[in-house]
Design a protein around this ligand. Structure first.
Ligand code: GDP
Ligand code: MG
Length: 163
């Protein structure tokens, strides 16, 4: 089935936008039955001849501003269990939040490779502030913009390197 890469992170950091960018999909599936709009969760990527799957874990549980912390924790634990690599997305416009700290703590205990992705570096001075994400203890933050595509090629290179 190939390698599976999971995107995790608190709501609104840009997980779905990044997923769409990396899988080049512009469509979302609407789940009328549940009365909710859900983003497509799984996609395939072919990067320089390497094929792998990406999953947007934001779709696994209800994704809203007031998401329960333990739902996020559940996402992260599932991602660690099921994925070969994890993209931990944080928001460079907002900086480190308590929820980021909490997710990072779980990920630091995982043996799966984690890539720290500082998204939204297109906004204002955010590219210059990503050094604060070193405090999460997960190595170098990679600055990207899911909206413009900036840095996403380097990110995919890193994903393939860590396979
Ligand atoms: P999710 O909840 O983590 O899946 O986040 P979404 O992908 O739904 O994005 C949340 C909000 O952030 C939306 O308004 C997006 O348009 C915005 N957003 C996502 N990526 C970027 C980015 O790279 N730059 C900027 N400026 N906004 C972004
Ligand atoms: Mg989402």
């Amino acid at each position: 089935m190939g390698q599976m890469i999971a995107i995790v992170g608190r709501p609104n950091v840009g997980k779905s936008t990044l997923f769409n960018r990396l899988t080049q999909s512009r469509t979302a599936i609407t789940n009328d039955e549940a009365g909710t709009t859900r983003d497509r969760q799984y996609g395939k990527v072919d990067w320089n001849g390497k094929e792998f799957s990406i999953v947007d874990t934001g779709g696994w549980v209800v994704n809203s501003e007031d998401i329960f912390e333990n739902e996020i924790n559940k996402q992260v634990h599932l991602a660690i269990e099921q994925a070969d690599e994890i993209l931990f997305v944080v928001d460079a416009m907002n900086g480190v939040t308590d929820l980021d700290d909490q997710v990072a703590e779980i990920l630091r205990r995982s043996t799966k490779p984690v890539i720290l992705v500082a998204n939204k570096v297109d906004a204002g001075d955010s590219l210059y502030n990503i050094a604060e994400f070193y405090s999460l203890g997960l190595g170098d933050p990679m600055g990207v913009s899911a909206v413009s595509g900036y840095g996403t090629g380097d990110l995919l290179d890193e994903v393939v390197l860590k396979m």
